[in-house]
Design a protein around this ligand. Sequence first.
Ligand SMILES: [Zn+2]
Length: 305
Amino acid sequence: MLARPEESLGMPAAKPMRRLRLLIPRSFNSDAAVVVSPTIRSFGISWALPRMAADTLLGWWNWPGKLSSSIWNLAPLCLMWCLWRERNGRTFEDMESSDDQLLASFSGTLFDWSRAWGLTSNFNVRSFYNKLRRPLPIIFPWKGVWKVKAPRRVSFFVWTVVWNKILTGDNLRGRGMVFVDWCIMCRGDGETVDHLLLHCSKAHKLWSLVFRSFGISWVLPRTAADTLLGWWNWPGKLSSSIWNLAPLCLMWCLWRERNGRTFEDMESSDDQLLASFSGTLFDWSRAWGLTSSESLPLFLNSLLL
Ligand SMILES: [Zn+2]
């Protein structure tokens, strides 16, 4: 049974594990983004939430490095709790907090709980709240672009991608050009940078191949910048130069294919596109001495190790 929300205001009555069981089945809704994204960034990191609450908590616990703190571990529970309380207020009591009120209530609750558990002596609720309220800074993923061993022109290309400056349909329209708004890859949605390179069905096939090859499961963030930020030196065995190279290679291959279709009326099949991407990644990895594999199949197998 859920405790009455007001009973736990200020003090966690139950041990966190009990709350965890209560709240795991509830996944985030879009309103949650108001609190979730600023919270993650207020700890100075960038992370795209997994699709499921359970996966979020699995990935969250004792985040590598300086984030392995008790307050960090407490934050998602507190956050889900505040969202659930807000949702119940709206559903049953016709009470609705503004975004600012919700952020303030979350900061206050996290502060109270941290103090009650002796986790902090210097947690400053006002500065935490102010940090949450500030508009999200644009963090440029410079390592993910410039420290990757990739051909220079590819790094330049991805750099313009991050600044949303490549000449996709939406950007051309911004310059006053008039044409049909569609994506030549999937023949559907309009062509924006993030659609073309991340969320288009053709792009999705390539990203899935990468995730399968490296044996991981991850949901792509909304923008290319966030993708590269979260990608760089993935914890553990994935901190390899080939891993860091993969998104640049992928975006480059997609862009080449898109240009082939747009300007030269040449179209690769899905299989050809996948093969061209794997082949390019293999060639670049060999050219930079990142792999000792002698053939493409051996190379692909080596990624899983
Ligand atoms: Zn598309």
